[in-house]
Design a protein around this ligand. Structure first.
Ligand SMILES: CC(C)(COP(=O)(O)OP(=O)(O)OC[C@H]1O[C@@H](n2cnc3c(N)ncnc32)[C@H](O)[C@@H]1OP(=O)(O)O)[C@@H](O)C(=O)NCCC(=O)NCCS
Length: 189
């Protein structure tokens, strides 16, 4: 799967991407809200392998793509939409950027494309995002895209899916299909 936006190419991961992922996942700015040591290269290999494995699922429920420049060469980060089962109408979204590319609207542009995909192609009715409450950049991104904050999750309620470590307090944000269509009509007006 591949998506082109105005400035980006969202494409499947390849094993060649491991180095670029490992490079930014050791940056202290990236790690600020993960409360954990820098990711090891092995953890980054496992992450990339998992994304590649998801791309081969049939039927596919998890779509986690590399965010790159339009040529598909420079890796800025990653984002994706997934759902628990084929039948469910609820999905969730995740995203991250190398700090070298923060402040340009790339994550907003990439996540917007994945939300379009989630609502239009996967026919989801609702998309959830979970975010560390203190992660203001991420909270701003979600508000920019029309998400609304719902319940708080206390520390210890959730674990990082790749490392199984406990995570700090997080907020759950939701965006319904109706809110998304409404915000799209505002953008096009
Ligand atoms: C969360 C994260 C992706 C946000 O990165 P970001 O660069 O702030 O997000 P965007 O790429 O959408 O850029 C938005 C910023 O660029 C600015 N910007 C510049 N040009 C823009 C454009 N054309 N369109 C939109 N925003 C633009 C915006 O004003 C905004 O800055 P502000 O928040 O200070 O107002 C990033 O901080 C990150 O990867 N953090 C580590 C991992 C993480 O926390 N992931 C989320 C887990 S829930």
């Amino acid at each position: 799967m591949e998506k082109l936006t105005e400035r980006l190419r969202l494409r499947e991961f390849t094993r060649n991407d491991v180095g670029a992922v490992a490079e930014f996942r050791k940056d202290p700015r990236y790690l600020e809200f993960y409360y954990r040591p820098p990711y090891t290269r092995e953890e980054c290999v496992r992450f990339v392998e998992k994304c590649i494995a998801w791309s081969g699922e049939n039927p596919r429920t998890r779509f986690h793509l590399a965010i790159t420049d339009r040529a598909g060469e420079v890796l800025f980060g990653n984002c994706g939409v997934r759902k628990e089962s084929i039948e469910t109408l609820r999905g969730d979204v995740g995203y991250e950027l190398s700090p070298a590319y923060w402040g340009n609207g790339y994550a907003t542009e990439a996540v917007r494309a994945m939300l379009d995909f989630g609502f239009a192609d996967l026919e989801l009715h609702e998309i959830e995002a979970r975010c560390v409450a203190a992660n203001k950049r991420s909270v701003r991104l979600l508000h920019r895209l029309g998400f609304e904050a719902t319940e708080r999750m206390q520390p210890g309620q959730c674990r990082d899916e790749f490392t199984d470590r406990m995570l700090p307090e997080r907020r759950v944000f939701l965006l319904s299909r109706d809110q998304w269509i409404h915000s799209m009509s505002g953008l096009n007006a």
